[in-house]
Design a binder for this molecule. Structure first.
Ligand code: SF4
Length: 66
């Protein structure tokens, strides 16, 4: 799995950080998403998929595969 985040779309809602805090963080100054791990280990894939579905701005894109 490979993750891309679109900082232009992100509205700083923070769902992704609550669901997968090892993969996503938010900038202190404006709450915009920061990607901590673009290719997370398998145990993170479930929460990351959930985060991508829950993101109100559809700012999280996943490429499945390896
Ligand atoms: S859930 Fe989406 S909009 Fe909210 S902080 Fe994460 S990427 Fe940004």
């Amino acid at each position: 799995m490979k993750i891309n985040v679109d900082e232009e779309r992100c509205c700083g809602a923070g769902q992704c950080v609550m669901l997968a805090p090892e993969v996503f963080d938010q900038r202190d100054e404006d709450g915009i998403v920061m990607l901590l791990d673009a290719e997370p280990p398998a145990e993170q894939h479930g929460p990351v998929r959930e985060a991508a579905e829950m993101c109100p701005a559809a700012a999280i894109r996943l490429s499945e595969g390896t």
